[in-house]
Design a protein around this ligand. Structure first.
Ligand SMILES: O=C(O)CCC(=O)C(=O)O
Ligand SMILES: [Fe+2]
Length: 342
């Protein structure tokens, strides 16, 4: 059943226990209904009993730390400013092309699903297609990241099935847009910041995610916040053993706004270095995205006026809008010179 509760009317983020989903159809139905409520009313929810082990999560955090502790010149060897497909190292406080958008304090190493060098998209110079620049200074980064990627990607497809069920879609309805997905893993590092720090810079500025949905592992420091109906930023504090799932713009469009793509940000007030590991479920470049249902309650919708908001009123090719968006917020090869000069 589609959720009817008022969108973004929440003061805390719900927990969805996936344990019943692994027991059979009845359990899956129960979990899907809990997901429907959380995805509509909040747009964010924790998952527990997701079957990614504590050891695997601890390992990817160690990997993130090992990478970000490399000397800056080693990280800059794989800067995403050296390519035009936004993969590699993104240093903190980077200016994108759109100068009206503030810099983030966070630094990142990010990849999309690896492609073979003879992939037709790479050969054709298609946007967002390129060979991942793995750092020579950390030869085991690739196997360590890919070990986690394979597991979180499999969970991503389990969650996609549950989202389908939550909407009473035929199995495979959403999966059809993932024939050649661009699912993406980021290793994020946030410096500390004073809570009362003057200025405009946040760990991650307020945004919505421009994918179908995200599965985030956060460390024990906290700092993630999601905006509710009253404009208050509500904390998403770490819960041991949990991952955080949030609805992105594509799932919002598919559901005509029945599921909420909620605005969120990160302020690292902990006094410690913070790490987080988001995994983004990205449809195929060529997927045509448009509402798959008609919202029965069109006035009950989360705000859609962000630079990251995707339209519900005109169908779009996913990769075209995504690459336009990426070009605005990420520095690129052609801009690197101007940026260092200014
Ligand atoms: O670091 C976090 O907790 C959230 C990161 C995030 O929102 C993103 O990368 O889109
Ligand atoms: Fe996000």
């Amino acid at each position: 059943m589609l959720p009817t509760a008022r969108k973004l009317s929440f003061s805390e983020v719900p927990v969805v226990d996936l344990a019943p989903a692994w027991t059979g159809p009845e359990g899956r139905r129960k979990v899907a209904d809990a997901i429907a409520d959380a995805a509509g009313r909040v747009g964010f929810f924790y998952i527990i009993n997701h079957r990614i082990s504590d050891e695997d999560i601890a390992a990817i955090f160690r990997t993130a730390q090992d990478f970000h502790e490399l000397p800056m010149d080693k990280k800059m060897e794989v800067s995403l400013k050296l390519n035009n497909h936004a993969q590699g190292y993104l240093n903190g406080m980077t200016k994108g092309n759109d100068k009206t958008i503030n810099e983030n304090l966070q630094e990142a190493f990010q990849i999309r699903r690896p492609l073979p060098p003879d992939d037709p998209g790479i050969l054709a110079g298609k946007p967002l297609h390129g060979v991942i620049p793995w750092p020579p200074a950390m030869p085991d980064l690739k196997p360590r990241m890919m070990a986690y990627y394979d597991k979180i990607d499999a969970l991503g497809y389990e969650m996609l099935d549950l989202f389908e069920l939550s909407l009473d879609f035929e199995p495979g309805t959403l999966k059809a847009s993932f024939k050649k997905d661009m699912n993406s893993l980021r290793l994020l590092h946030y410096p500390t910041q004073r809570p009362d720090e003057p200025g405009i810079h946040l760990g991650a500025r307020a945004h919505t995610d421009t994918n179908a949905f995200t599965i985030l592992a956060q460390d024990s420091n906290g700092g993630l916040e999601v905006r509710n109906r009253d404009g208050e930023f509500v904390a998403v504090p770490p819960i041991a053993g949990s991952l955080v799932v949030n609805v992105g713009e594509v799932l919002k469009v598919w559901t005509d706004g029945v599921y909420s793509s909620a605005v969120h940000r990160v302020i690292n007030r902990s006094g410690n270095e913070r790490y987080s590991i988001p995994f983004f479920m990205y449809p195929s470049y060529d997927a045509l995205i448009q509402p798959l249902i008609k919202n029965p309650d069109p006035s009950n919708i989360a705000p859609e006026d962000l630079p990251t908001s995707f339209p519900r009123d005109k169908p779009f090719i996913y990769g075209e809008l995504k690459s336009y968006n990426t070009a605005r917020i990420m520095p690129r090869k052609s801009e690197a010179k101007t940026e260092t000069a200014s």
